[in-house]
Write a protein that binds this ligand. Structure first.
Ligand code: 4AD
Ligand code: MG
Length: 477
């Protein structure tokens, strides 16, 4: 039998059910110890919820054993313990229940002062900066903030599977190691077993035929191309897994390893794709509001005022829509507000995305019809032969959270575009086959999972919403 979780214990009701007023054992990590005359209050947390359970000891109690007094004496923040007692209504404000505790056993101490070979436990009862916590990423889930992020992240991940399952999508596992650059942007990490040191000493050219896979391979930047092949057979599919980008962008919204959710839908055009993206995001906001209320209230109080109201209003309002051309016109009117002057043909910078979402629309906006030059090779060309059926969902504070498009299903047009972009068609014959046999209009998008978690929690830096962030120059742990 697994041990009861504090979240379940705290949801018991001692008033209506005297049965719940029984001897219980709780386990967890000590957050604080306070003393008031003969009373000792131990706040215990096991990460199952934000709240601690307060365990109250009476040192003057007749039955209080010597071992308990000793344990209470040596107990420090961060120690793991087992505590037994009776669940009672709490006389203190701010909590309904507490444990009238009679027994405590220290499972693993966490010394607050350094000892030979063991530095002091770094998470003492005080506020630590998020920057400091990143340096101890292996211990930071023991803080309120990182634990709350982990719970919201977990709930959202499950919500993603729920949403797609309810809508007839099959979950497809696309490969991590691949020979094709799905975005054609040259941001792949190489995967090789060649002896680079020996090669560089030999001065010989690299022969990828001798590499592990007999060709040049890398870590995937997106599961989209493989998802397209399965959508062309199962109609509705999605992938959800880690993706990798060797971009050297050191920002609060970029990682070198991040998780992406990518649905791909056959017999769907751009408009269907936009509707799906909007419905999907609203579903996830609703789930978070319903199931993560306590954690969201914490983020609201400590990180972003108005967070909950904002999510509530998003979950029920309509996203705005604008074409890229109209968006650029709008931005040009306020060109003085930007470091990077907007012009037709430019990629939207984050200051532009911020302006559109925060100043022009005060909410999410879906931008469509980007110039083909700034988008990936697979996007369907519009009749103007200049723009593609792309859609980016932009949100306040973060900018792009989703990028997607209708896919080019015309073989000739796709081959032309790949040629223009200097891609080696040989590597993509399997992808082109989808246009040769039983081709259908199809569309999909990618949601950056960490950006979603950032948006829902209000965390400013993407490094604080993934357990072990990987970015340029950063791969500790
Ligand atoms: O816009 P992107 O590059 O689109 C694709 O990869 C398509 N294959 C998706 C598709 O149509 N199936 O990336 C999609 C999303 C972005 O909108 C962003 O939220 C996130 O992935 N993203 C990143 N998140 C964190 N760090 C990075 N370096 C990211 N690059 C993209
Ligand atoms: Mg994009």
């Amino acid at each position: 039998m697994l041990f009861p979780l504090i979240k379940d214990i705290l949801s018991l009701s001692v008033d209506s059910d005297p049965q719940d007023s029984r001897e219980l054992k709780v386990r967890g990590w000590v957050r604080t110890k306070r003393e008031l005359k003969n009373l000792v209050f131990v706040e215990l947390n096991d990460g199952s919820c934000l709240r601690n359970i307060q365990c109250t000891f009476d040192r003057s109690g007749e039955n209080t054993a010597e071992s308990v007094l000793e344990a209470l004496e040596t107990l420090e923040t961060g120690a793991s313990v087992e505590i037994s007692g009776v669940l009672v209504p709490s006389p203190a404000a701010g909590q309904a229940l507490e444990l009238a505790a009679s027994f405590i056993r220290i499972i693993g101490p966490a010394p607050a002062a350094a000892r030979p070979g063991i530095p002091a436990y770094p998470l003492q009862k005080k506020r630590h900066s998020l920057e400091f916590l990143r340096e101890i990423s292996h211990l930071r889930p023991r803080t309120n903030t990182l634990a709350a992020v982990a719970r919201v992240r977990s709930r959202l991940a499950f919500g993603i599977h729920q949403f797609f399952r309810e809508n007839g999508y099959q979950y497809i596992h696309t490969p991590i190691i691949t020979a094709s650059d799905a975005e054609g942007a040259g941001a792949m990490f190489q995967v090789t077993t060649l002896d680079l040191e020996a090669l560089s000493k030999s001065g010989l050219p690299v022969d990828y035929g001798k590499d592990f896979f007999g060709r040049k391979t890398g870590l995937t930047v997106s599961g989209q191309l493989e998802a397209e092949t399965y959508a062309s057979a199962l109609s509705r599919v999605y992938t959800f897994g880690p993706t990798f980008r060797a971009e050297n962008s050191n920002t609060a919204r970029h990682l070198a390893e991040f998780w992406m959710v990518e649905p791909e839908t056959a017999f769907a055009e751009l408009e269907d794709n936009m509707d799906l993206a909007e419905e999907f995001l609203k579903f996830l906001f609703t789930i978070a509001l319903k199931d993560c209320g306590e954690d969201l209230a914490f983020f609201e109080a400590h990180y972003e005022k108005g967070l909950i109201k904002n999510l509530e209003s998003l979950a029920s309002s309509q996203f705005s829509h604008i074409s890229y051309s109209a968006a650029v016109e709008e931005l040009e009117k306020h060109a003085g507000a930007f470091q990077f002057k907007p012009f037709w043909g430019c990629d939207l910078q984050s200051e532009h995305e911020k302006y559109l979402t925060e100043e022009v629309f005060s909410g999410p906006v879906i931008v469509t019809g980007y110039p083909k030059e700034i988008k990936a090779f697979y996007m369907k060309l519009n009749d103007d032969a200049k723009t593609v059926r792309a859609m980016d969902v932009l949100v306040p504070r973060l900018g792009e959270i989703i990028g997607g498009s209708q896919r080019e299903e015309n073989l000739e047009k796709l081959e032309t575009r790949m040629g223009e972009m200097g891609m080696d068609g040989e590597n993509y014959q399997w992808y082109l086959d989808l246009r040769r046999y039983g081709a259908v209009p199809h569309s999909g998008f990618g949601l950056g999972f960490e950006r979603l978690v950032q948006y829902v929690t209000g965390m400013a830096n993407i490094r604080d919403v993934i357990p072990y962030p990987r970015a340029a120059g950063q791969a500790e742990f």
